[in-house]
Design a protein around this ligand. Sequence first.
Ligand SMILES: Nc1ncnc2c1ncn2[C@@H]1O[C@H](COP(=O)(O)OP(=O)(O)OP(=O)(O)O)[C@@H](O)[C@H]1O
Length: 457
Amino acid sequence: MTRPTLFYHLHDIGTEQALIQLEGAKEFNKLRSVDDMSWLAQLESNRIDVAIIELPRLSHEDYLSLIESAAMTHIEFIFLSDGQPNPHLDKLMSQCAGYHFRQPYDMALISDTLAEFAQYLVSTSAHRPRPFSSELDQYGVLVGSSGAMHKLYRTIRRVSVTDSNVLIIGESGAGKELVANTIHLASPRVNAPFIAINCGALSPELVDSELFGHVKGAFTGANRDHKGVFEQAEGGTLFLDEVTEMPIEHQVKLLRVLENSEYRPVGGAKVQLANVRIVAATNRDPIAAIEEGLFREDLYFRLAQFPIRVPPLRERGDDIIGLARHFLAYRNVAEKQSKYFTDASIQLISAHPWCGNVRELKHAIERAYILADQEILPSHLQLTTASETNSLEVEHVVIPQGMRLDDLERIAIYQALETTQGNKTDTAEQLGISVKTLYNKLSKYEQQVESDEPTVE
Ligand SMILES: Nc1ncnc2c1ncn2[C@@H]1O[C@H](COP(=O)(O)OP(=O)(O)OP(=O)(O)O)[C@@H](O)[C@H]1O
């Protein structure tokens, strides 16, 4: 059981002595503010549970910084003042920012307040980690501390320094694109572009142009030169996602460029040389796809110089809960909230099969976050297995008050993805939209969520 931390920023030495010796302060580790850094910056950069701040005055700037700070969402504040009217402090108090004691301080009351905080913090810390911090290890853009993930990190480290083509194999939503991204980040090509294309979403008429580019006037509508993905990724990494979904008659185009590194833009006279590292991914068993006639064997051998298997989420043990808390923590910090899972929700998350892997988990947390006020209950997670959802008869849908149309659309898409176990063609069909529209919407949502997450420089 960890001891909570009490931070104090006080001006009067006598008050400081009296406060730290209070009975109610005994349960805390104590951290005194230092002079050469703003107290707010110190609060934000340490793991603080309770802060006692003595404010002879609170300026408008202090007030704005404090109200905007992530510290407001998870630190219990006790403000001490000399009692002179301070409209900014009054404003803070009206937003339930904490307790405000005026001089002469009632030390017995402050002691009781601290004791109450300590009791709450100690009793909850054992089973409820802080809702605004993640405890998982990270390598590149991948997050996870399980043995399976550490093994994956070691493999990525080994392969990233080479120039071998890599084929990433793993279930839908397991993180193949993040693996590809991490390979690029850990490779000597890191300062050149990482370009990702989804081979399943290439329009048949434009495959050549999307891969190799075209020159102005090459076909009707080609009003100017267009760079294909091989040229865009020059010097860097080209990620061919869902490579087995590319129509087999088009796969030969990839094979040719992989064989001799040469390609020619549509309508162009000049052959160009590609200097790109190819990382491809599939959520099919590639050998089975070859046997079914969906994947060219010669292309497989070219791509799979180094195959990497991404473990499904169910093989990652405690990372399931760790990732749920990780996603929640990032949302909490971004939204300045401190929503948390109840014990029943944690049990439900542990027991769920997560066939849609990390994507399904991330979406479930996202949805629950939108639906919950403070406590995330099992009902907010809306976890149903695919068979249950298929047989569900929806009599009426209850839409929480104040929900935005954007959020409703997002929930509908996530839910459809779950029922189809991540199959985007089936999902698009179920929703009555094109596969391309679905890809665009998903990439928009993922960018929105990921902009709140850490990136690796
Ligand atoms: N280890 C991880 N840490 C953090 N986020 C992850 C991890 N793995 C996956 N995700 C998140 O899950 C979602 C799906 O990941 P990603 O697109 O990489 O999966 P995928 O295997 O490429 O899926 P698909 O086969 O459907 O293309 C993304 O939002 C990604 O950020």
